[in-house]
Design a protein around this ligand. Sequence first.
Ligand SMILES: [Zn+2]
Length: 217
Amino acid sequence: MKKLDKETTAKAHNANLTGSIELIGGNIIQPFGEVPTSKVAKKKPKRKSVAKLKKEAWDLFSKYIRLRDCLRTTGCSSFGLCITCGKRYHIKLLQAGHFVPGRHGLNLFNERGVHAQCYHCNLHLKGNTLVYRRKIIELYGEGADEEIEATARVVKQYKPLELEEFIVDLKAKIKAIEATGYDAFESELLDNPQIRKEYDALKPKYDKIKEQLKEME
Ligand SMILES: [Zn+2]
């Protein structure tokens, strides 16, 4: 009897479900040409959040810094030397590493305080700060390290419009660098068996690190 009861209950349940579906189906049918007013109400284009704009600006800033340093250190837009260990890496294997750790305030987008750096120096050696300081002084002169440290302490709240303008500016800078005709030089470098070997050997290793970092985010 208990089994039968269960079956009866199940049937009743299914019947209920079917009924509901029909009911819902009946409800969503609209007369031809009529659309609920809530769906036609014009939506204002949503402004991106500061966090989103900051992320977009950072991705472009990182690209700009790495391109700048590749050109500065090798004369080629796709290979550059790490600011601290001086080893040569493909641009995709380089990061934009801060001299003063942290992505706060004015430190985040300080061109003098961010340079192309390898994963090892940036992450494992936490920026390799002792060597980084020496390099900053070499590049920008005595006292530049302290200036950057002072700037890094400035609290800054970014406004959406400001970030939008910064993004436009960065895109223009990147375009200008990419249009400098270094591409021929680049393929010449990749044709070099030693460089190709280095690049091929390192790429899977850093792809793995990149994946791990993404998982940690
Ligand atoms: Zn390095």
